[in-house]
Write a protein that binds this ligand. Structure first.
Ligand code: C5P
Length: 217
């Protein structure tokens, strides 16, 4: 594909899984590897966009030409997404953000005997829902919903509750798709009611389908 249909646009993408540390060596995390966010960055770059990637710890190298910012926790991701938000035309929250964090952080490694058996937790900010309140009419804000079982109902709920323009309903209980895979499958849903089902394909191909979807409406 030689399309340069994102020329002159800035795309802000979050990728990977946040980590909520209890101490320097222990954290609450999730299986996200950030490959979908990486594929989105590659596709956006290929189509001529300027790309900013806010990435939680991930094992891959950032593509040349992408402005990358490394973060660890949801709180750090929130700050970076907020500070780059107003410059962006398309914002895609593909990161798997923790829902909770340990209520206390110890800067020193906790000895095993001091580890609580009942860890007090606190909610973390819902980044994409916050960004929605800052959104200007020309901006498009897209979220992901990683789900098992019925993927459409919870994704539609999140689309409306978080006031997003579109959401990617992403099954994580299918073979060779979702977390860690190079391939993926999904149903794209937007606030106007459009629905596009994407058969299993590479994450890069899916990234292109998502930009096609965002641009057409
Ligand atoms: O509610 P749930 O976590 O399933 O929603 C997923 C979407 O919300 C994703 O786009 C994710 O990046 C975003 N999210 C967020 N901040 C959180 C939790 C999720 O921006 N604390």
């Amino acid at each position: 594909k030689g399309k340069r249909d994102l020329a002159g646009k800035r795309v802000l993408i979050s990728a990977g899984g946040t980590r909520e540390h209890l101490d320097p060596v222990r954290f609450i995390g999730n299986p996200s590897t950030g490959k979908m966010g990486l594929a989105l960055a590659q596709a956006a770059l290929h189509r001529g966009a300027g790309v900013t990637l806010v990435r939680a710890p991930a094992a891959w190298d950032v593509p040349l030409g992408v402005q990358a910012i490394s973060v660890t926790s949801a709180k750090e991701m929130e700050q970076e997404m907020r500070s780059h938000f107003s410059n962006a035309d398309v914002i895609i929250m593909s990161a798997a953000v923790a829902d909770v964090k340990p209520a206390e952080y110890s800067a020193e490694k906790l000895p095993k005997r001091l580890l609580p058996t009942n860890l007090p937790l606190e909610p973390v900010p819902d980044i994409v829902a916050e960004l929605a309140t800052l959104k200007k009419p020309h901006q498009k804000l897209i979220g992901f919903a990683a789900q098992t079982g019925d993927i459409v109902t919870p994704a539609l709920e999140k689309l409306h509750k978080k006031k997003l323009d579109a959401i990617v309903a992403n099954p994580i209980d299918k073979p060779d798709s979702g977390f860690g895979s190079d391939n993926n499958q999904a149903i794209f849903l937007d606030k106007q009611g459009h629905k596009v089902e994407i058969e299993p394909c590479s994450k890069l191909q899916m990234a292109h389908y998502l930009f096609d979807f965002i641009i057409s409406y």
